[in-house]
Write a protein that binds this ligand. Structure first.
Ligand code: NAP
Length: 316
C-alpha cells in the first residue's frame, strides 16, 4: 500500500507486513493442527547487548502475536566458540525448534563462520548458511536473508516495475547488499553493485532507476544525487541525535524520487514479518518431512531444491 507525502510515493512496509503476518498466523494454525504444537523459533544471543535485546524482544513479541513459540537462548559473553556451536547443535536436534536466528555481531573471540556453519540449513530462516546463500545464487528456493528479501518484496508488493530497469545496490554485505542484488537480477533488473571502493559513486547513483541503499551511513545519498523519478529503497538503520534515520536524506530525496521507503516504517517492519513467514515455511517443510514414510529415523531435509525463477510470493 502507498500514500503520498511530498513529491514521492511513500512505500510503507507496515501494511504489507500486516498482510504477511495474517498469512503466517493461518499457516501457523494449520501447522499446529497437523503436528499438535506451534512452530518454534530460537533466537540466540551471545553476551548481553542492550540494543540487541530490545530488537530480539520485539521479534519474540511478534512471534507471540501469530502463535509462534519464540524463545530467547542467552549464552554468556565469555562462552567459548565450542560452547556456542554445541548450543546450536542442540537446537538443530530439537524438534520443537523450527527455525534459528543468531544475533550479530558475535564477541570477537568467536568466529562467525563456525557459528554460521553450525546452523542446520533447514532451520536457517535468515538465510545466512552457505547452502542457502548458494541456493539463492543458483536461483533455487532456499531461505533468503530477511532484510534483502524485504528490500525487494516492498518493490514487488507496491507494484513497482523491476524487469528491465537499471538497479543500483549500494552495499555488498553477505546478508543485505549481495542477496538484494541477486534477487533483483532474478526479477530481471540490470544490476550494479557499489561499495566503499567504488569510484564515482555519484555517477552510478545518477544512472539508477531503482536504488537500494544498504551502507550504514546516514545521509550518504541526497536528492541532488538521484535521477529524477528514481525509486529509492533505504535499508539503512542509523541513530542520529537519538532519532532513527536511514542512509538516504529523506527530505531532499523525496522531491526527486518517484517513490521512497521511509526510515522507520519502510523495510524494517517487512523484514520482521518475512522472518516469521520463513519460520512458518520451515515448520511446514519439517512437518511434511516427518510425516513422510520412514521419516521417524530421518532428520528433516535441508531447504527445498525446486528451481525457482523468482522469489516466492508468499514471502518465504
Ligand atoms: P555492512 O556489513 O557494514 O555493509 C555495508 C556495505 O556498505 C559494505 O559493502 C560497504 O562497502 C558499503 N559501504 C559503506 N560505506 C560506503 C560508502 N561510503 N559508499 C559506498 N558503499 C559503502 O552493513 P549491512 O549489515 O549490510 O547493513 C547495511 C545497513 O542496513 C545498516 O545501516 C544496517 O543497520 C541496515 N540493516 C537494516 C535492516 C532492516 O531490517 N532494515 C536489517 C539489517 C541491517 P565495503 O564492502 O567495501 O566495506
Amino acid at each position: 500500500m502507498t500514500v503520498s507525502r511530498g513529491d514521492a510515493r511513500l512505500l510503507l512496509g507496515g501494511p504489507i507486513a500486516a498482510e504477511i503476518r495474517q498469512a503466517v498466523a493461518e499457516d501457523v494454525e494449520a501447522c499446529r493442527s497437523r503436528t499438535g504444537r506451534a512452530p518454534g523459533l530460537a533466537v540466540v544471543i551471545v553476551g548481553r547487548d542492550a540494543p540487541s535485546m530490545v530488537y530480539l524482544r520485539q521479534i519474540l513479541k511478534s512471534c507471540e502475536k501469530v502463535g509462534i513459540d519464540g524463545r530467547l537462548v542467552e549464552i554468556a559473553g565469555e562462552a567459548t566458540e565450542r560452547a556456542v556451536v554445541e548450543a546450536i547443535a542442540e537446537l538443530n536436534a530439537d524438534r520443537t525448534v523450527s527455525g534459528i536466528i543468531v544475533q550479530m555481531p558475535l564477541p570477537a573471540s568467536i568466529r562467525l563462520r563456525s557459528v554460521i556453519d553450525a546452523i542446520d540449513p533447514a532451520k536457517d530462516i535468515d538465510g545466512i548458511h552457505p547452502l542457502n546463500a548458494g541456493l539463492l545464487r543458483l536461483g533455487y528456493d532456499g531461505f533468503l536473508p530477511a532484510t534483502a528479501h524485504a528490500a525487494v518484496e516492498i518493490l514487488r508488493r507496491s507494484g513497482i516495475e523491476i524487469e528491465g530497469r537499471r538497479a543500483v545496490v549500494i552495499g555488498r554485505s553477505a546478508v543485505v547488499g549481495m542477496p538484494a542484488a541477486f534477487l533483483l537480477v532474478r526479477e530481471n533488473a540490470t544490476v550494479t553493485v557499489c561499495h566503499s571502493r567504488t569510484r564515482d559513486l555519484k555517477h552510478h547513483v545518477k544512472d539508477a532507476e531503482i536504488l537500494v541503499v544498504a551502507a550504514g551511513h546516514p545521509g550518504l545519498i541526497t536528492g541532488s544525487m538521484l535521477r529524477r523519478g528514481a525509486v529509492v529503497v533505504d535499508v539503512g538503520i542509523n541513530v542520529v541525535d537519538g532519532a532513527l534515520v536511514g542512509d538516504v536524506d529523506f527530505d531532499s530525496a523525496r522531491h526527486v524520487a518517484s517513490a521512497i521507503t521511509p526510515v522507520p516504517g519502510g523495510v524494517g517492519p517487512l523484514t520482521n514479518a518475512l522472518l516469521l513467514a520463513h519460520l512458518a515455511r520451515a515448520a511446514q517443510a519439517q512437518a511434511a518431512a516427518m510425516a513422510a514414510p520412514g521419516a521417524a529415523s530421518r532428520r528433516p531435509p535441508a531447504s527445498t531444491t525446486a528451481p525457482a525463477s523468482r522469489p516466492s510470493t508468499r514471502g518465504a
